[in-house]
Design a protein around this ligand. Structure first.
Ligand code: AMP
Length: 304
């Protein structure tokens, strides 16, 4: 089934204990769309870049079945830029720079053929833009998911709360869930967040996995313990892309299917962190993904 992905398409400068990468391709929509493209062939991306964005990367995305009709290219302007630095504990990072550039004035206009998509992934970007996309959908999609981060809670909380009323699923990390709900306990936070709109909540906990809250039930997906994590950038977006790609490819919205989507999302994220930027995501194949999903199955299986 069709999946619309919205989010940043960007340049990132990243420093981790394993090294540095300067101005590499990143962005929430980039990670999410590439991850989802291993599951669905009908992905329609919405974003904006400047004329500095490499054509080869756009060609790569098109080759993977990602429709770029909704990717606006602004002549004479610069793409969104983000710089971050990780310390030994890769669960936390310092944001060194966020330059909105083209994003500051972005007014998304969905191409006509985007408007009947069944699944929508509103990746991390200004809540106002996320809302504009929701409003342009012709029919209510089967599922609208939204990802956001502390940056937008700090600078745009009222608009974020408005768009939360329109979405079915929210993915955020544990600290952001606490900030949004004002509750330290994640179980209590989930109850508060459900009342804000999303019936389904996924709380990402970095190397400690992710929690699903839905229909009064909970599910925990571990993260794959890896000997080396080179670069955690984009892991959250990759999780969301794998998760939504799997759901869109299977189309069932049952709790059992959401549980499987959690594992497919976690598997994709576990690949993402193995190399800098989108490098590892680009070199994957279906057999490797299925093998990793089986490893996840073994990781927490037990007999009573
Ligand atoms: P993640 O590690 O999953 O949080 O995603 C990192 C990606 O998000 C990077 O590739 C950045 O380009 C992008 N990013 C960083 N800050 C923001 C922001 N405030 N809004 C949208 N995208 C962002």
């Amino acid at each position: 089934m069709s999946l619309v992905t919205v989010g940043t398409v960007a340049f990132d400068s990243i420093e981790t204990p394993y090294g540095k990468a300067d101005r590499i391709v990143g962005g929430a929509a980039t990670y999410a769309s590439i991850a989802a493209s291993y599951f669905v062939k009908d992905i329609r991306l919405v974003s904006v870049v400047g004329d500095d964005f490499p054509e080869a990367e756009m060609k790569y995305m098109t080759k993977r079945g990602i429709d770029l009709a909704g990717l606006e290219i602004k002549e004479g302007e610069k793409s969104f830029f983000w710089a971050g630095k990780y310390h030994n504990n890769m669960n936390s990072r310092d944001t060194l720079a966020t330059e909105l550039n083209v994003l500051a004035t972005f007014n998304p206009k969905l191409p006509k053929h985007y408007r009947d998509a069944k699944f929508v992934m509103l990746g991390n970007l200004t809540p106002e833009i996320q809302m504009k996309v929701v409003k342009q959908m012709a029919k209510k999609p089967k599922l609208i998911a939204l990802d956001t981060m502390n940056f937008w809670m700090d600078v745009a909380m009222p608009s974020l709360k408005k768009v939360l009323k329109k979405v079915d699923l929210l993915t955020i990390n544990d600290e952001e869930a606490r900030q949004l709900s004002g509750e330290y306990s994640l179980v209590k936070a989930a109850k508060v967040i459900h009342k804000m709109g999303p019936k389904v909540l996924v709380i990402k906990k970095g190397e400690h996995g992710a929690l699903l809250f839905m229909d009064g039930k909970m599910f925990y997906a571990p993260a794959m313990p890896l000997a080396e994590v080179f670069d955690p950038t984009g892991a959250g977006d990759t999780f969301a892309g794998g998760f939504m790609g799997y759901l869109a490819s299977t189309s069932s919205l049952s709790f059992e299917n959401f549980k499987r989507a959690m594992i497919y999302g976690s598997a994709m994220a576990s690949f993402c962190v193995e190399e800098f930027g989108i490098t590892r995501l680009k070199s994957l194949n279906k057999a490797q993904i299925n093998k990793r999903v089986k490893e996840f199955q073994k990781l927490a299986a037990f007999k009573l």
